[in-house]
Design a binder for this molecule. Structure first.
Ligand SMILES: O=C(O)CCC(=O)C(=O)O
Length: 277
């Protein structure tokens, strides 16, 4: 896939760009189907979904997921954690264009990149709990400590994502601020999201735009670009997968390891199952 000079220039100037059609729809549906299979593991008797050829794309599935979240948040959290740790999320990176696009916008070779922060989001209608306020990913991911342009936020749309579905809000050009000292609010419990917010005073001077995407598009952002979650006022779940790529051979690259956090509900469940043997 060829990235044009105009696309590169737009990204340089604005700190973000939507690149259309990177992921084949079939590849995206593999991720959605995986989430559906997990749903059926946790809710095996959801017979209302049996008649659909592709239940993972039907609004009935979104409704069933929302009902599970409301009636059994622990089970919903466990489903999420299973999906989050699945191989299907990782295999999206192996789609041929995926790495080439990241490399082109970072001005580097794909084989010299590292990646971190692989994250699935399932933003249900009217959710407030997991929305992120204005932030820069650089504040969460210091892999290229001094240079936000050496990293890339890579936000993959798993369905068409118009504004009313919570398309991201972006401050165009804000990457030029560099890393701004964040206002930090820690994670309150296992399910809430830690916030490292850009102060409102810094946001105020920028023109805002929205990261509207089609299914299979990718929204790229500079690590210093101010952005925040949109409010999902639609009746569908906004599914997305986010990666961050980093230039590994850059002088300021800081390698990292991961700490595993085990889902407490599933741990107790597995222990109880072991006790029954
Ligand atoms: O998808 C969202 O709502 C926000 C994601 C985001 O901004 C991030 O993970 O940095």
């Amino acid at each position: 896939m060829n990235i044009s000079r105009d696309q590169l220039q737009f990204y340089q100037d604005n700190g973000y760009i939507c690149v259309p059609g990177i992921f084949p729809i079939g590849q995206i549906d593999r991720v959605r189907a995986m989430i559906y299979r997990l749903f059926r593991k946790f809710v095996p008797d959801a017979a209302e979904l049996d008649g659909f050829a592709e239940p993972w794309n039907d609004i009935a599935f979104d409704r069933a997921m929302c009902a599970l979240r409301a009636s059994d948040p622990k089970k919903f959290g466990a489903l999420y954690d299973c999906a989050q740790s699945s191989l299907e999320l990782l295999q999206l990176v192996t789609v041929p264009n995926c790495l080439d696009v990241a490399a082109a916008f970072l001005g580097d070779k794909a084989e010299d990149l590292s990646f971190s922060g692989l994250m699935l989001r399932m933003d249900v209608p009217e959710d407030r709990r997991n929305v992120l306020t204005w932030h820069q990913d650089h504040a969460y991911y210091p892999q290229n400590l001094n240079d936000g342009s050496a990293g890339l936020v890579y936000w993959v749309a798993l369905q068409d994502t118009p504004e009313d579905m919570g398309a991201l809000h972006i401050c165009a050009g804000s990457q030029r601020e560099g890393l701004v000292a964040p206002e930090t609010r820690d994670k309150q419990d296992y399910i809430t999201t830690e916030q490292r917010a850009v102060p409102d005073s810094a946001v105020a001077s920028y023109q805002q735009t929205r990261g509207v995407c089609k299914k299979g598009d990718v929204l790229l952002m500079h690590m210093d670009t101010f952005h925040r979650s949109g409010h999902n006022t639609s009746d569908r779940i906004r599914f997305s997968v986010i990666y961050r790529f980093h230039r590994m051979l850059a002088d300021d690259y800081v390698p990292f390891g991961l700490l595993y956090q085990y889902n407490p509900y599933m741990m107790d469940r597995a222990k109880a199952l072991a006790g029954k043997r």
